[in-house]
Design a protein around this ligand. Structure first.
Ligand SMILES: C[S@@+](CC[C@H](N)C(=O)[O-])C[C@H]1O[C@@H](n2cnc3c(N)ncnc32)[C@H](O)[C@@H]1O
Length: 281
């Protein structure tokens, strides 16, 4: 039998050797997951012995991480807007940057608004927005039935199941024929295929390709969203999208060209242009 300290040191060495940056911390999180306890408790009881079953389970998880599977898929969860989201390989792992889109949109909305989230993935934006706006109703769309199943579960476990509705389909098609929307939000796939090929292994080999890239042209879904979204918005309503590094100018132009007005760009905490908003007059 080995102690927690020995197991952690060995795991951290293997993780670092595989190129995992936060090898020490990730080793602790993986062991905490196996032992059903917190990272703090693992560190506190570093002299404790680990039984054979737990050691084998830990070895298995460390092996997956050595293969560069994202930590979040191994643990099965990620935090977003202070809530816990189930994540599976069917969905993009929600990123902290996406909170900017949710918060900027929420600041422009109040009361009994109707909002759509296009390409909902884990449901992060839809559930996050519903949590900030207690009277809002959100329609969340995705082209992936597997992603929608995860998003539905996340709405339920975070207490938003009665205000977020899920629809399967291509971009705004599932919104057609209904009442107009106060806002349409989206974090669509926006990495062009050439850039996708250069991504770190965690992203390229494990996150769903259809959530990351729309093909050779990273802007294609912004063009469609601007063109299709305008007719679905109420006058005074807005389209707000997350954009990739250096895409904000081009997306703002697309928005203006499609007839959206008062187009603005919001930056993230690192000062990078991250969100583009345009209004229907
Ligand atoms: C970048 S991920 C965003 C996931 C989530 N909204 C977030 O911000 O974490 C893009 C999502 O759009 C979905 N998607 C891709 N093409 C789509 C399309 N044509 N219509 C609807 N959803 C689409 C993907 O399945 C994926 O879940």
């Amino acid at each position: 039998m080995r102690t927690v300290r020995e197991a952690l040191a060995d795991a951290a060495r293997r993780l670092a050797g595989a190129g995992v940056e936060e090898a020490d911390r990730e080793a602790v999180w993986l062991l905490a997951h196996v032992l059903g306890t917190s990272a703090g408790a693992v560190r506190l009881h570093a002299g404790r012995q680990i039984d054979a079953n737990a050691a084998a389970a830990f070895e298995g998880l460390v092996g997956r991480r050595v293969g560069r599977e994202p930590l979040q898929y191994i643990l099965g969860t990620e935090e977003f807007m202070g809530m816990t989201f189930l994540v599976t390989p069917a969905v993009l792992i929600p990123r902290f940057d996406t909170e900017i889109l949710v918060r900027e949109a929420a600041a422009l909305l109040q009361g009994q608004v109707r909002v759509a989230d296009i390409g909902t993935g884990s449901g992060a934006i839809a559930v996050g927005l519903a949590s900030l706006l207690p009277e809002a109703r959100v329609v969340a769309v995705d082209i992936s039935p597997e992603a929608l199943a995860v998003a539905r579960e996340n709405a339920r476990t975070n207490g938003m199941g009665n205000r977020v509705e899920f629809r399967l389909g291509d971009l705004t098609a599932p919104l057609a024929g209904g009442d107009p929307y106060d806002a349409i939000l989206s974090n669509p796939p926006y990495i062009d295929e050439a850039e996708w090929a250069e991504l770190m292994p965690e992203v390229r080999q494990f996150e769903p390709k259809g959530a990351l890239t729309p093909g050779p042209d990273g802007l294609v879904l912004y063009r469609r969203l601007a063109a299709e979204g305008l007719s679905l918005l109420k006058p005074g309503g807005f389209l707000a999208v997350e954009v990739g590094y250096r895409q904000a100018g081009a997306v703002a132009e697309i928005f203006r060209g499609a007839g959206l007005a008062a187009v603005r760009v919001h930056t993230d905490t690192a000062g990078i242009d991250r969100v583009v908003v345009g209004f229907k007059e």
